[in-house]
Design a protein around this ligand. Structure first.
Ligand code: PRP
Length: 217
């Protein structure tokens, strides 16, 4: 059983720092919450809304499920890509319909996904789990190369044949002379919940989810 660290009348919400935060602010506001603590200047990683008994944790997006799975946060907001990359024991009760983007195979125009001579396709990615599953299902032998960012550089410099990465506006691909080759999956931002919290704090979580869902209509 996971130890709960938050009070029974308080919700702790893991928030991803970065791109999606800008879109999340208006959604929280539409749900009757006050997002201003999230945007306040300062290096504090815990932001509090005492009036609503909410405590926000500012995290790297990839770390959000860890905090929620262990119960250090009751709820979290994350991209579907993070959930697809690894197995987590979490509920995902709501798709917020923000942070829309696609997970795609990208490369030089006309890049061959079945290189000749029986050689494995070299794939650079921040998402080795998603990439491995995608190519395995298609019977394409790959050599996966993990990179932490600037993934588009890989085909340009000969590190890899193609990349598996997130495409939002397509501007990064275009600026580097690359194109989308195959669509793997659509991504958007989800609310996830710790399983114990979902049961024990249903009185706090259910109305919040309802308001968040209504704010997207
Ligand atoms: C992400 C992603 C692409 C880019 C896609 O990288 O990995 O590189 O955004 O967005 P676009 O289609 O709107 O151009 P991010 O900006 O997070 O930086 P990174 O390269 O350091 O991972």
């Amino acid at each position: 059983m996971i130890e709960k660290t938050s009070a029974s009348d308080e919700l702790v919400i893991a928030i991803p720092k970065g791109r999606v935060l800008k879109q999340l602010g208006p959604r929280l506001e539409a749900a009757g919450l006050d997002p201003s603590p999230l945007f306040a200047e300062g290096r504090e990683l815990i932001r509090v809304d005492p009036e609503r008994r909410l405590r926000y944790l500012l995290l790297k997006p990839d770390d959000v499920p860890t905090w929620v799975e262990y119960g250090a946060a009751d709820l979290g907001i994350l991209g579907r890509d993070v959930l697809l990359e690894r197995d987590y024991d979490l509920y995902a009760p709501l798709d917020l319909g923000i942070g829309h983007c696609r997970m795609m195979v990208c490369g030089h125009p006309g890049a061959d996904l079945r290189p000749r001579g029986g050689r494995a396709l070299r794939v650079a990615t921040k998402f080795p789990g998603i990439a491995a599953r995608y190519f395995k299902e298609r019977g394409i032998a790959t050599e996966l190369i993990y990179v932490g960012g600037s993934v588009e550089l890989a085909p340009l410099t000969g590190l890899a044949d193609v990349i598996v990465d997130i495409v939002e506006t397509g501007a990064t691909l275009k600026a580097n002379g690359l194109v989308p080759l195959e669509n793997i999956t659509e991504i958007s931002s989800l609310v996830v919940a710790n399983r114990a919290s979902f049961a024990l704090k249903r009185n706090l979580i259910a109305p919040l989810l309802e308001r968040l869902a209504a704010g997207g209509e």
